[in-house]
Design a protein around this ligand. Sequence first.
Ligand SMILES: NC(=O)c1ccc[n+]([C@@H]2O[C@H](COP(=O)([O-])OP(=O)(O)OC[C@H]3O[C@@H](n4cnc5c(N)ncnc54)[C@H](OP(=O)(O)O)[C@@H]3O)[C@@H](O)[C@H]2O)c1
Length: 274
Amino acid sequence: MVGRGRTSDLHIRTVRYPSAMQRFDGKIAWVTGSTRGIGRAIALRLARDGADLALHGRSADGPSRRLAEELADEIRGLGRRAVCVAADIARKDEVAAAVEQIEAGLGGLDFLILNAARAPFKDTTRLLERDLRLLVDTNLLGHLFCVQKALPLLERGGGRIVFISSLGSRYMNAQYPLGPIKAAMEAMVRQWSEELRPQGIEANAVCAGLVKTDSYKTLRRLWPELAALPEEAYVTPEEVADVTAFLCSDEARAIGGQTLIVDRGLSNRILRSP
Ligand SMILES: NC(=O)c1ccc[n+]([C@@H]2O[C@H](COP(=O)([O-])OP(=O)(O)OC[C@H]3O[C@@H](n4cnc5c(N)ncnc54)[C@H](OP(=O)(O)O)[C@@H]3O)[C@@H](O)[C@H]2O)c1
């Protein structure tokens, strides 16, 4: 069973799943921003481990919708349930409607993966008011809206929240104002861990290194020096997904309010000359 361990047996438990059973059988996950990139990989990982999935993107139509529907078909092919919801997380009313659709379609929610992100790439001092609002409304308030609206479902049965952060939370990168907001969110995760523990909910974060997704194409234009990095410096979406799934699992029951760095050691050797 996946869930919180009792303190009395923490040291002697070995988690075993019957061979026909997956570790997330019966669990329901919402991965925000799962039309592509890291979110897509997380959704697939959780589905392969037995979870039913709420897939999500910002746009209700166009390529985003098509990608979500294709992923839903793939997940149904694995024998899991999947629903697609569209909502701009910066809009509280849209988030509320998405949560209603998830409850109607899947019947609850156990894992909330806060993965969606959308941000301007400019120095902070050059951000226009509309850039600032996009940055904060999506990447700070948006995640708070998701947690607030999902809370009544998450607290029914020992929910898990995992926030997807980036190395910008701890290292300055020019034209990456999302970095300081990721730092604020890592602090928010520590806050949620304490605030929500009485409701049986745990929160943690995964801080990913460089991952070759759509957003990486923009980073490569801004930071041409990335071209000099060897292939092994890059993390795959699947590697981020594996650690995210671990944080949802019973094996991670003693981890709370933490950010696990998943960067193939890139930040560890950042000051070493090439
Ligand atoms: N790529 C990297 O190198 C890297 C490194 C570290 C951390 N991360 C983090 O990992 C996460 C995923 O990154 P990624 O590179 O996979 O992103 P991506 O390929 O750009 O995909 C972003 C996803 O978020 C959705 N989204 C964007 N704005 C949204 C909004 N306002 N409301 C709802 N959904 C929204 C998009 O939906 P649509 O399809 O509808 O636009 C899409 O599904 C982000 O939090 C990012 O900061 C990325």
